[in-house]
Design a protein around this ligand. Structure first.
Ligand SMILES: [Cu+2]
Length: 268
């Protein structure tokens, strides 16, 4: 009895702390997310989904990203700290940090053009959705166009907090209670950000706030396509949460799809 009592107190105390963080660490007004009444028009962005298409007359950049060597073995996530998380899964869920297929295709690599784009494409009116479901972020890695709205949902019957980092700096930190309406956030700066839940420390996700509409995230086979890139010479970057970034220069000619592959070395 004593034990149960202490557990309840611990949960209540944690809830209080996280709720407090939500109120006090919401950062500057510029970075503070706002609550939305209802899930508005949303566009889901799955891994490997193409970015919004720009004007025609260009060509696609298609490639594959491989992890060479023996990939590190990913451990199953330990959900036991929260019964809601533990009962949400009937089979083990592996840590998604290094997700490779049988051919070494590396998933969750964010690929984008970092230099050479001169045009400014319109900002998509649809939101990109980040869900918290089964105490895992979905998707694990994604991208959105600078100015596009990010909608964050809590589909779980438990408390999460969404702690966004840009490097070591907090971009926002919001508690999301069970049943709470989605929150919406608009980033003011391009770059990579990380999401983490302080209640469930295994929960992490990464996003690129892209400075132009030319980006993609590799799918489960390590492939990606950046569609409708106008003719020009560009620097293309691949970014992975563990293996870091690589860049290559390419030239796109109208009507001629370009192939561009990257490879990382396991153990590096
Ligand atoms: Cu959580």
């Amino acid at each position: 009895m004593k034990h149960i009592h202490r557990s309840i107190l611990t949960v209540l105390f944690s809830t209080f702390i996280v709720a407090g963080m939500g109120l006090s660490l919401s950062c500057s007004a510029e970075d503070a997310p706002t609550a939305t009444g209802a899930p508005a028009a949303t566009g889901t962005q799955q891994p490997a989904a193409a970015a919004p298409a720009a004007a025609g007359g260009g060509a696609s950049i298609t490639g594959s990203i491989k992890l060479e060597g023996t990939p590190p073995k990913m451990k199953p996530l330990q959900f036991s700290a929260d019964p809601v998380c533990a009962t949400a899964h009937s089979s083990p869920v592996l840590n998604q940090e290094v997700t490779v297929d049988a051919n070494g295709g590396l998933q969750y690599v964010i690929v984008n053009i970092t230099e050479g784009v001169t045009e400014k494409a319109p900002t998509p009116t649809t939101s990109v959705v980040l869900d918290q479901s089964g105490c895992v972020y979905t998707p694990h890695a994604f991208a959105l166009y600078d100015g596009q709205k990010l909608e964050i949902k809590n589909s779980d019957k438990t408390l999460h907090n969404v702690h966004c980092y840009r490097g070591t700096q907090t971009c926002f930190n919001r508690a999301m209670f069970q049943g709470m309406a989605p929150i919406s956030h608009e980033f003011k700066e391009s770059g990579i950000v990380k999401f983490k839940c302080d209640v469930h420390p295994w929960m992490t996700a990464y996003a690129l706030i892209a400075p132009n509409p030319y980006y993609a995230v590799t799918g489960s086979d390590g492939s990606f396509t950046i569609a409708d890139v106008p003719p020009g010479t560009y620097k293309v970057r691949a970014w992975h949460e563990k293996y870091g970034e690589q860049t290559q220069d390419i030239t796109v000619t109208a009507g001629q799809p370009v192939s561009l592959d990257f490879s990382y070395q396991a153990g590096s």
